[in-house]
Design a protein around this ligand. Structure first.
Ligand code: SF4
Length: 452
């Protein structure tokens, strides 16, 4: 029987890797696994976030015919290392394939002799075409090496998410102590859509799936949730809350079927502010976290980000979620033009509006996005591992890289201590994270590599 290994590398090899805090179910691999098993293939999933057995040993014992690896930008080095390892361990006859979100946007970075195919589409059925040796020419979304070793790339087409099978969650269920979102553990991922209908200036997610938003039917989503044997559900769509009618129908069906779960989802502040009745109903059916891109404290910056919200809308959204008994996770950007005062202002805004949960991202132009071209001359590193929104990848405007890191870590430490006082992170190892934050305050800042 043809054997296929599906691999998702670890996030980082450092200790500061969010293990035990946020661990994401490898949903993309589980969709592929179901499709392949339904077609009679033998499948093995290996997820570097949770595996104890090294990949080398897994390759030796499973001895796959095909090797598929996917990941985010920050995992690019690991993806390449693993594809190379697959060739070394299993010999030249193994077929290596790279796919996933990062590859879709940056496929040329994977033109490597040890990678045979690159998938630039969400269409997982293209893997079947590769395995069944369907014609490669003009096969949309498949890049391949021709007989001269040169890559030929067929552009992708938008994929209709409704064609996806129900994920094979065997791997998820066999790791009951992994896969969590903060204190919600274990936490299963559910996807209802690809792409995002909005066009925020700093974000590349809206260009995925050829920029075409594709959504599943709501009754199919509710059926899937009812079948998942897990108390916590994380909707990993870029924006779950954008269509009032869709969400109202979701609430109705969940109530009708008597489904009891805790939910996490992404949702925009303007939707929350305009639909307090829906948010209240979401709180009643179990919504626990709404992750909201509040991004900035002032209208000028929000307009520059083309966020289509204002600071007042953000504040209203915070109040409405609080009244509904839902935790808002306020996501903010610390921009490259921040002054020391801007870092303090952000902390004061968060404190003044009682935002208990926060996630702070350093402004990062995604590789190969239009922003990347704009910031090309300011880049201070080309290591994809730094594209994790925790590293400065482009030169700040108002201070040195060292000083920028210093103020960033002061902000992170203040928010962390605030969270500690409020008891929101009681499930994590406080001393370890505090030590890491204070160490980074000086280590990142003193890193000469960043001073280039
Ligand atoms: S920031 Fe959110 S709402 Fe804006 S384009 Fe990206 S995913 Fe969509």
């Amino acid at each position: 029987m043809t054997k296929i290994m599906l691999v998702h590398p670890e996030i980082s090899r450092g200790k500061y890797n969010f293990a035990g805090v946020i661990e994401n179910e490898p949903l993309e691999l589980e969709y592929i696994s179901r499709m392949l098993k339904d077609n009679g293939f033998e499948v093995m999933i290996w997820d570097g976030q949770v595996e104890k057995e090294p990949l080398k040993a897994a390759l030796e014992s499973f001895s796959p015919d095909y090797f598929y690896v996917c990941g985010r930008t920050r995992q690019e080095n690991f993806m390449k290392e693993y594809a190379r390892l697959a060739k070394e361990i299993c010999g030249g006859s193994i077929v290596t394939i790279a796919g996933g979100v990062h590859v879709q946007k940056c496929y040329e970075r994977f033109y490597e002799p040890y990678i045979d195919y690159i998938l630039t589409t969400f269409d997982i059925f293209k893997l079947l075409d590769i395995i069944r040796q369907a014609p490669r020419e003009k096969n949309h979304g498949i890049c391949y090496q021709n007989k001269d070793g040169k890559f030929v790339c067929n552009p992708p087409k938008p994929f209709d998410i409704k064609a996806l099978p129900t994920p094979d969650r065997e791997y998820f269920y066999s790791h009951p102590n992994n896969y969590r979102y903060l204190e919600l553990a274990p936490c299963a991922h559910v996807r209802t859509a690809y792409c995002c209908p909005f066009r925020c200036a700093f974000c590349y997610r809206n260009s995925l799936n050829c920029g075409v938003y594709s959504r599943r039917k709501v009754d199919d989503v509710v059926r899937e949730i009812a079948e998942i044997n897990c108390e916590n559900i994380y909707f990993i769509d870029d924006d779950f809350l954008w269509d009032r009618e869709y969400i109202a129908e979701f609430i109705r069906l969940v109530r009708e079927k008597g489904i009891r779960r805790k939910y996490v989802c992404y949702g925009r502040a303007d939707f929350i502010a305009e639909n307090p009745d829906i948010i209240k109903a979401l709180g009643e059916i179990g919504f626990y976290y709404i992750l909201t891109g509040l991004e900035a404290t002032d209208d000028k910056r929000l307009a520059r980000y083309r966020k289509k919200t204002t600071a007042d809308v953000n504040i209203k959204a915070v109040e409405i979620t609080r009244e509904a008994g839902i935790n808002i996770m306020g996501m903010f950007i610390v921009d490259l033009d921040f002054s020391p005062a801007d870092f303090s202002k952000l902390y004061r805004f968060i404190k003044a509006h009682g935002i208990r949960h926060t996630a702070i991202s350093i402004f990062t132009p995604e590789i190969n996005s239009s922003l990347y071209k704009k910031f090309k001359n300011r880049l201070i590193t080309d290591d994809p591992a730094c594209w994790d929104y925790l590293h400065v990848v482009a030169k700040p405007y108002k201070m040195s890289v060292s000083l920028y890191y210093f103020f960033y870590h002061i902000l992170v430490a203040r928010l962390f201590l605030k969270g500690m006082r409020e008891g929101i992170y009681d499930f994590i190892d406080y001393p370890f994270y505090l030590k890491s934050i204070f160490k980074n305050m000086f280590r990142f800042g003193g890193n000469k590599e960043n001073e280039k």
